[in-house]
Design a protein around this ligand. Structure first.
Ligand code: GAL
Length: 885
């Protein structure tokens, strides 16, 4: 029975904040109260700066103008920030509405100019050998209907890399330096209803500003939102669930409303809660209905009202059953609806407990997480929902239940997907504070912007049930200050800002300094995340018995998919594990500061209360090709260019020449999305109930006949027997502290290796590796055959090179060419090889160890059959059919 108990219009509180004045808007009777439309299509793009800019748009000059864009994101005691007088940059050609941009390139957003390449050897390897830096302009001509007069028009940018400056019809509006923060700008004062309007955006992406590939451009979604002058404020709803029992969940909905009209407004605010299904459809009947709350707002002011509702028999959000609800809030004035907003949320409780780890709805849930950077491999940083969803699907099949958004705020769509699919999220703000890791790092903006960036992150993301942890930073230099004074004080301040915005989640950070758990940080944060400090876990637990502990970054194991070097060694940095700029895939190798997975687990399993881990990384990413970094200085802290130069010289003298690697070796999954052996190692641990077994290496070694070729196995069982060409090499059991089974003396003979795994004495799983004959054919395996004709949906097609019997040719490097017919296009190819400099947009590509990836995208509104054809000299050509629906 649904009992809409409801109620308690507790208070309506008028804040003292004054809202920026806009020209006398009036309410239109016929307009829908709120429209939010994609503003992604029909942009013009140029990499040429406006004439005579000569540094005049640099951050040093733009800063006072930009800060006003963050005026709402400084605490209540900060003075209100307003823009200086005048029109910043309005005299530069590219900002002006009449400027002739007819020869600029036409494109749709999201767009990352860096991924277009070309790769160059002389570009830094730590940022992907791709040209992502520099200045670029985007312009868009758009109609504003005359009927929009009196409405409020707001531009929402989910992320612009970086230092965006925005002009509308030649007037400077605002912008944002940090490329990962979502922000909005009020266009109302400069908009021309009934006319063509021109928006111009300049980006300036500084060199030496990132330790990984940041991408460049308007790489996330851009929206145009229209409301009346009385409207819910930006990120102006806060839904929490302060009390949850099996019978009832108390839902608190705080609504912050702006009155931009010229008159005092008496409003009625009402909220209904509906259940949401997996396709975002609302339940037909509300799960709870709140009694309307009355609120009065003076003109130019803001007011907050809170409603309490009760959802009976709530369906809780969890990792295995991510039930969601949506709060639909309606604001009415004199019986007329002036705004309506929907806030999806989940009902769940979280707590970090030093003795038990993470409690989700009161139950222990081990964090089986990965860190990921924001690039989508061959698609670059341009956000694509399907590409993100595919990453999560691949990770979920491994048993992963958590993502750390290293080391920056993610695209909002990632959190929507995590809500839907049941992933936990550690939502991270920064990779540095006041001390940078690169010359032009975020430390340049930190003093002025950290507060706004932190508040923006929390306000945007606080209604997502997936977000269980805030992170104020990763491996900040301030952790190393031994007396701890400045470091922990700053951490306390930053955590305090986050707690002002959200009291329901713990604030944490990732530390690689062993002292961080002893020098004060542990007292000002709610949980401590260690990066690679396995030797600290036990001591930390002993000294800080009440502080929750987890692995914010673990492993950093290294491997190239399908690559094996011999002999193997348990020395994680054995040079024999590396050749041809690849790393052997025995999962015994790691960076000097890091650990193979089993070494991490041995330490973690010995620490009571350890809440779980975020492995570095789930997917390979562009940049940071450790151990082949050409310039290791990116690992150190150099704000001082002279010191950096000195270190560079030293590295050159040591013979560290630039390497051709463009992407990382840390991923459990390679850049193309193909699982490495390690994937099955984590699966064995994270999905103990899934009968599975995996063997490595592959078994096609014509040059190794008679040579020792160790065989390692991962299984969710506890015991296994290995058979080589029908002969048993014995049955082995996993002892305590062991996670893999190894047969290190196997001599290679062509044929097959077979593993039969057991659990509690009973047969559990079986797997086999067979010697492949010569490459004979191509097999195309789309991840989805029916895709939506919306110009965004993708099919990721795996191309497998097989022998005549269908066995993967595990070392095949055949070149494969692709052609598509029908309503779709090939937008990218890849093979997961970290050393490949082939353009990601190429329509042909060499296989890397038998596999190629081709990515197909639909066209908007074009339906029907699609055929993808693959050809390769000497192999039988093949086709696969897809449908655009
Ligand atoms: C960590 C760092 C990550 C990444 C990783 C590679 O210290 O936080 O961003 O660089 O090392 O092992």
């Amino acid at each position: 029975m649904r009992t809409p108990l409801i109620l308690v219009a507790l208070f309506a509180l008028i804040s003292l904040r004054v809202i920026a004045a806009s020209p006398e808007p009036v309410e239109r009777a016929d307009a829908p109260p709120r429209e939010r439309v994609s503003f992604n299509d029909g942009w013009l793009f140029s990499r040429t700066d406006a004439e005579w800019v000569l540094g005049q748009l640099d951050y040093a000059y733009s800063k006072p103008w930009l800060l006003a864009s963050a005026a709402d994101l400084f605490g209540p005691t900060s003075p209100r920030i307003t823009q200086p007088r005048g029109n910043f940059g309005g005299h530069f050609t590219h900002t002006q509405p009449g400027f002739d941009d007819s020869d600029w390139r036409k494109l749709n957003l999201p767009h990352d100019w860096g991924i277009e390449g070309a790769f160059k050897q002389e570009y830094p390897g730590d940022t992907g050998k791709l040209p992502w830096w520099g200045v670029a302009w985007y312009r868009k001509h758009f109609d504003v209907p005359a009927s929009d007069a009196g409405r409020r028009l707001v531009l929402e940018i989910d992320g612009a890399m970086a230092h965006s400056l925005v002009w509308l019809n030649g007037h400077f509006v605002g912008g944002w330096p940090y490329g990962y923060t979502s922000y909005q700008l009020d266009l109302t004062p400069f908009v021309k209803p009934g006319e063509k309007n021109v928006i111009a955006i300049r980006l300036d992406n500084p060199t030496e500003s990132s330790r990984w590939y940041p991408g460049g451009g308007l790489y996330r979604n851009v929206w145009l939102t229209k409301t009346g002058p009385i409207h819910v404020a930006h990120w102006g709803t806060v839904v929490t669930t302060p009390k949850i029992t099996a019978d009832a969940a108390h839902v608190s909905v705080q609504v912050i409303t702006d009155n931009d009209s010229a008159a005092k407004a008496s409003l009625s605010i009402a909220t209904e809660v509906f259940a949401l299904d997996a396709s975002d459809r609302k339940s037909s009947a509300p799960a709870a209905t709140g009694a309307p709350v009355s609120v009065g707002i003076e003109p130019g002011r803001q007011a907050s009202a809170t409603q309490s509702l009760v959802v009976t028999q709530p369906k809780l959000w969890s990792v295995s059953a991510p039930h969601r609800y949506v709060a639909v809030t309606t604001i009415s004035q004199d019986g007329r609806v002036v705004d309506r907003i929907e806030t999806p949320f989940g009902i769940r409780s979280i707590a970090f407990d030093a003795d038990r780890g993470l409690l989700l709805n009161g139950e222990v849930v081990p964090i089986r997480g990965v860190c990921n950077h924001h690039d989508l491999g061959a698609l670059g940083t341009a956000i694509n929902v399907r590409a993100l969803e595919r990453q999560l699907e691949i990770l979920r099949a491994m048993g992963c239940n958590a993502i750390r958004t290293s080391h920056n705020p993610p695209a909002p769509e990632l959190l929507d997907l995590c809500d839907k699919l049941g992933f936990l999220v550690m939502d991270e703000a920064f990779d540095c504070w006041g001390k940078g890791k690169n010359r032009q790092d975020y430390h340049v903006q930190f003093p002025d912007w950290h507060e706004a960036d932190l508040r923006a992150l929390v306000r945007r993301d606080r209604n997502h049930p997936s977000v269980i942890l805030w992170s104020i930073g990763n491996e900040v230099i301030e952790q190393w200050w031994a007396d701890g004074q400045e470091g922990w004080k700053l951490a306390a301040r930053l955590a305090g800002i986050m707690r002002e915005e959200d009291r329901t989640r713990p604030v944490s950070a990732g530390f690689n300094g062993e002292i961080s758990g002893y020098n004060g940080f542990q007292h000002v944060l709610d949980a401590i995340g260690y990066n690679y400090r396995i030797n600290e876990y036990a001591r930390f637990r002993q000294i800080n018995p009440t502080v929750p502990l987890f692995g914010a970054e673990t492993a950093s194991a290294l491997s190239s998919r399908g690559v094996y070097f011999f002999p193997i060694s348990d020395n994680k940095i054995d040079p024999a594990s590396r050749a041809d700029f690849q790393v052997s895939s025995y999962d015994l190798y790691a960076a000097p500061w890091a650990t193979p997975p089993d070494v991490e687990w041995r330490a973690a399993d010995a620490v009571p209360g350890y809440a779980g881990e975020f492995v570095w990384t789930g997917f390979d990413y562009l940049g940071e090709p450790t151990p082949y970094n050409a310039d290791l200085t990116n690992l150190l802290n150099f704000s001082d260019p002279a010191e950096k130069e000195r270190q560079k010289k030293q590295l050159e003298e040591l013979g560290r020449i630039p390497t051709p690697s463009r992407s990382s070796y840390f991923g459990i999954v390679d850049l193309a999305g193909f699982p490495k052996d390690r994937y099955y190692f984590y699966q064995a641990r994270w999905r103990p109930d899934l009968p599975m077994a995996h063997l490595l290496p592959h078994w096609t070694w014509p040059e190794r006949v008679g040579h020792v070729t160790p065989v390692h196995a991962y299984t969710s069982g506890d015991e296994a027997e290995l058979w080589v060409n029908g002969q048993s090499l014995g049955r082995k059991k996993l002892a305590k502290g062991e996670y893999r089974l190894r047969w290190d003396d196997v001599k290679y003979a062509p044929g097959e290796v077979r593993l039969v795994a057991y659990k509690a004495g009973a047969k559990w799983a079986e797997t086999v590796q067979r010697t492949a004959g010569p490459a004979a054919r191509l097999k195309l395996m789309p991840d989805r055959r029916e895709i939506t004709a919306d110009g965004k949906d993708l099919s990721f097609v795996t191309v497998r090179i097989e022998d005549a019997d269908g066995v993967l040719a595990p070392r095949a490097a055949n070149r494969v060419a692709f052609a598509v017919s029908g309503p779709a296009e090939i937008i990218a190819t890849d093979n997961g090889d970290p050393t490949s400099f082939e353009s990601f947009q190429s329509k042909e590509r060499a296989a890397f160890n038998g596999l190629v990836l081709v990515v197909i995208r639909t066209k908007t509104g074009e339906f029907g059959p699609i055929t993808l054809r693959a050809t390769s000299p000497g192999l039988a050509p093949t086709e696969v059919s897809l449908t655009a629906k």
